[in-house]
Design a protein around this ligand. Structure first.
Ligand code: C2O
Length: 572
């Protein structure tokens, strides 16, 4: 496995392109560099947990290669699919200004890249810096097809935090011994819930608490007294996770690729898709300390992996065989620990939060159980009370069409979606405590490809409200194509009279972990035309339909209009 830091030199081929042939982009800021990457989707055999199997990777690396760039750079990534599986790559957190075609979610902005085919993604990192991630956005391939995006400030611009001695990428993941594509198909076909992962992993390594993994451990060597920047990324599939380092404080300085006021904490929680940059100072006595990744499970009755993945934060001079102090992880259902970290996230810089709102949406998020319609209930109706599990927004379970929504919209092909996603739930009731909950009788959702059209430039507020149907749960909701200000959140039902909003320094994020049995309010200005997926980043919930799509219309002129599709857009 390539060391992420040293591999930088071999894969980061930044080239300066003076001539730029894309006329449509000519007026966009061009930071100077165009960075080219070659991604080959390839299978590779790995042995973990005493089990050998083929996994899908990029360039036979797990985790995959790091995409390095600077703010405002153009990034061009040629993706060639050398596997028999369908593939797409999503550049998670990249705002894709006027480049919706390169966003990557399958059947939303593109059809998958089929076996043997190639697609070149192109986008500009307009005013973006910090840590993001890329990942496959088809089936559950994301489990092994993921990697970091590191965007440095422009040359000569310093970090707005204490300059670290060194930087390290920490990717939290989940590992299955089964083939994840088959696993998704089997779980969805069963109607029931997914099995837990076989291991949590830190940069692909389960660590010493797992079978056969004493030497399958990630380690950072640190110099006493120095400060390190950890770029922590959650690429987990179906779990949210705590992360902590024994005896060391973490100071959060960036969340989802945006600066935050420095906030010091003993532990952090990341839902899938979230990223945090934290500073850690090696200020303890020389020794070996555990970095631990453990579960945060806020829902009831869901089996989960409960073994900590451990990596080492090891001082130079420590005895290599010394026992590592355990990391102080909260218990798996410690909602307060999650709230404490959220309360600490505030934007560092002056911000531009919409004060007036043109479009107000209220969206419930949660699980459903459909009635069993199968002739063979044992096989296909393994959900609660013999039903079929589903999930929804405003009680609509999103069905992805078999061509992409973007192509259907752009080419005005009728029949693939309807523009009637409701802006409010059909009924208002006590969503948290009074939700219908006699599965499967009153817990059904409606299936549909219903999308919401937004006017160009609309200032949008979305209230995301968790429901108690089946179980309340913290849902990491991700919006493509935008970051949003998290202006408020709380437990219970959203009440506009009592809700406290922060319009002064709310964090600017692309995933919001909506509190379990609670709500969150987000705001953004719809200034990027295209088709943008919004979904729960727990992969099983995505499979079950916990998503919807915003179509943001074009505005005036070329700078507010989505360009034509690239010529090599995969065919459906
Ligand atoms: Cu990180 Cu739609 O995904």
């Amino acid at each position: 496995m390539a060391n992420l830091i040293t591999s930088f030199r071999y894969i980061c081929l930044g080239l300066l392109l003076y001539a730029h042939s894309m006329c449509a982009m000519a007026q966009w800021p061009r930071g100077g560099s165009t960075r080219f990457y070659d991604f080959k989707v390839q299978t590779m055999s790995v042995t973990k947990l005493c089990n050998t199997k083929e996994i899908v990777t990029i360039n036979k690396m797990f985790p995959g290669p790091v995409v390095y760039a600077e703010e405002d750079d153009r990034v061009i990534i040629k993706v060639t699919n050398e596997t028999p599986h369908n593939a797409t790559i999503h550049w998670h957190g990249v705002r894709q200004m006027l480049s919706c075609w390169s966003d990557g979610p399958s059947y939303i902005t593109q059809c998958p890249i089929q076996a043997g085919q190639t697609f070149t993604y192109e986008f500009t990192l307009v005013q973006q810096k910090g840590t993001l991630l890329w990942h496959a956005h088809v089936s559950w391939l994301r489990a092994t097809v993921h990697g970091a995006i590191v965007i440095y400030p422009k040359a000569g611009v310093p970090y707005l935090f204490k300059y670290p001695y060194e930087e390290h990428i920490i990717i939290l993941g989940e590992y299955w011994m089964r083939d994840v594509v088959q696993l998704e198909q089997a779980v969805v076909a069963s109607g029931g819930g997914p099995p837990p992962a076989d291991a949590f992993t830190i940069n692909g390594h389960p660590g010493p608490k797992y079978n056969c993994s004493n030497n399958d451990v990630y380690k950072i060597d640190v110099v006493p007294g120095k400060t390190y920047l950890l770029r922590i990324i959650s690429a987990a599939l179906n779990m949210e996770n705590f992360f902590a380092i024994a005896n060391h404080k973490l100071t959060i300085v960036e969340a989802d690729g945006e600066y935050t006021k420095p906030f010091t904490t003993d532990r952090v929680m990341l839902g899938p898709g979230q990223t945090l940059n934290v500073l850690v100072t090696a200020d303890q006595k020389i020794g070996r300390y555990s970095m631990g990744m453990g579960p945060y499970m806020s829902a009831r009755n869901i089996p989960f992996q409960n073994i900590t993945s451990v990596a080492y934060f090891q001082y130079l001079g420590a005895i290599p065989s010394s026992v590592a102090l355990p990391a102080p992880l909260p218990s798996f259902n410690d909602n307060l620990a999650v709230k404490t970290v959220m309360d600490g996230l505030k934007s560092l810089n002056p911000i531009n939060v919409p004060k007036e709102i043109d479009t107000n949406l209220f969206i419930t998020i949660g699980l459903n159980v459909q009635k069993c319609r199968s002739k063979n209930p044992q096989q296909n109706c393994q959900g609660t009370n013999g039903g079929v599990m589903a999930a929804s927004m405003n009680n609509i379970s999103f069905i992805r069409p078999n061509i992409s929504v973007l192509q259907a919209y752009y080419k005005k092909i009728n029949g693939y979606f309807t523009e009637d996603f409701p802006g409010v739930p059909l009924q208002f009731y006590d969503f948290v405590n009074g939700a219908p909950n006699t599965p499967p009788n009153d817990t059904q959702s409606v299936n549909g490809t219903r999308i919401k059209v937004l006017e160009y430039g609309a200032r949008v507020q979305v209230i995301l409200q968790d429901t108690g149907t089946v179980s309340t749960e913290n849902h990491p909701i991700h919006l493509h194509g935008y970051s949003f200000y998290v202006v408020g959140y709380g437990t219970g039902n959203y009440n506009p009279q009592t809700a406290n909003f922060n319009l002064v320094d709310p964090p600017y994020m692309n995933v919001i972990g909506v509190p379990v049995g609670g709500w969150a309010a987000i705001r953004f200005t719809a200034d990027n035309p295209g088709v943008w997926f919004m979904h729960c980043h727990l992969e099983i919930h995505l499979s079950w339909g916990l998503s919807t799509v915003f179509i943001v219309k074009n505005g005036q002129g070329a700078l507010e209009t989505l360009p034509h599709p690239p010529a090599d857009l995969p065919r459906c």
